[in-house]
Design a protein around this ligand. Structure first.
Ligand SMILES: [Zn+2]
Ligand SMILES: [Zn+2]
Length: 361
């Protein structure tokens, strides 16, 4: 029997989101019904509301969630009622050209639930990133529900589903930060702080946090930044060189995603250094770089999609690091809010007042 529950819906472009009754079907083959316990508010939810991702309104927002499996369809990959899961927006298909080459973390045909969730009048909802978890229950593909240790508090564990994984993976998976590396992270919001935490756990010798807000830089030191640079009054490229014997860093991570920070990250690398772009740019943005510098400085310019994560490998690891007090997921949670407070949380996020607001159900 379908479930009528409350969910946060973006009905049309730019309009404030509202809580509506939505209809969630029982799980069919390869699907699971998850009772959502917590879901973080991410910039991408706001981008959906603004029509910056697609025009497929109405959207059911929310995609950074933890919860409990309530029911499963056939072929649910061994999941059963009561399993505690973090929901991923990448569920490798096993059959696309990337999966077949043994690179499921790039899967080009990630799985989602086949049945749509709907409004009461039957209008299908587009679930944000194939999840839609600002809702009491949501329907996802079984591969999206990744079992983790139930000792992890849901408001902390859920953050692994998007922002924390994106930042941590940008450092550890995409940037391949290792023991003794020097790292700079531009932008110390949730994703940037997770990159700092990942770099620190991976054994980086120096982790330099760059931002234009002193409060965010203070926060970055909680996650393992060894040095901070306020780039409002200082040239961050010169400052980073000064902190690395005049050479620059092995890995520079742009967690902002605008041309200015991209160029800063490009220039603050040591020879043969790696740039990792994880901040999502606006489609209208372009960047121009001297081709001779691209060649002569060597190294690599990489983009990090969802931290190049493999959820079944990485989610349980991050949860274990959290439970053993090596990864302070709790420090990302600025406030706990209700479903009705999401619109207000968007405003606070835009003003840069929070690392994460988390809806707790
Ligand atoms: Zn997100
Ligand atoms: Zn695939």
């Amino acid at each position: 029997m379908p479930h009528e529950v409350r969910g946060v819906v973006a009905a049309k472009k730019g309009a404030p989101v509202e809580v509506q009754t939505i209809v969630v079907p029982d799980p069919g083959p390869g699907e699971v019904l998850v009772s959502v316990q917590a879901c973080g508010v991410c910039h991408t939810d706001l981008h959906y509301r603004e029509g910056a991702i697609s025009d497929d309104f109405p959207f059911l927002l929310g995609h950074e969630a933890a919860g409990t499996v309530e029911a499963v369809g056939a072929d649910a990959g061994g999941l059963g009622p009561g399993d505690y899961v973090v929901i991923a927006w990448r569920a490798p298909c096993g059959m696309c050209r990337s999966c077949l080459r043994g690179r499921p973390w790039y899967c080009f045909d990630s799985r989602n639930a086949a049945q749509p969730m709907t409004l009461l009048d039957g209008t299908p909802l587009s679930a944000a990133l194939g999840i839609g978890a600002f809702a009491e229950k949501t329907l996802v593909a079984a591969g999206q529900a990744v079992k983790v240790d139930p000792a992890a508090r849901p408001e902390a564990a859920g953050l692994i589903g998007c922002g924390v994984m994106a930042g941590y993976g940008a450092a550890v998976n995409t940037g391949n930060v290792g023991r003794g590396d020097t790292v700079a992270v531009i932008g110390c919001g949730g994703v940037g702080c997770a990159a700092i935490a990942g770099a620190s756990l991976a054994g980086a010798r120096r982790v330099i946090a760059v931002d234009i807000d002193d409060a965010k830089l203070d926060g970055a030191t909680r996650f393992g930044a060894t040095h901070t640079v306020n780039s409002r009054g200082t040239d961050p490229v010169e400052a980073v060189r000064g902190l690395t014997g005049g050479f620059g860093v092995d890995v520079a991570i742009d967690a902002v995603g605008i041309p200015e920070t991209y160029k800063q990250a490009f220039s603050m690398r040591d020879l043969a250094g790696v740039l990792v772009q994880v901040g999502v740019p606006d489609p209208a943005m372009a960047v121009e770089l001297p081709l001779i510098d691209l060649f002569s400085r060597g190294g690599a310019l990489k983009s990090s999609w969802y931290g190049d994560c493999l959820p079944t490998r990485d989610f349980p690891l991050l949860v274990d690091q959290y439970l053993s007090r090596r990864l302070d997921l709790g420090a990302f949670v600025t406030e706990k809010i209700a479903l009705d407070d999401v619109e207000e949380a968007f405003a606070r996020m835009q003003r840069g007042e929070v690392l994460r607001s988390v809806v707790v159900l």
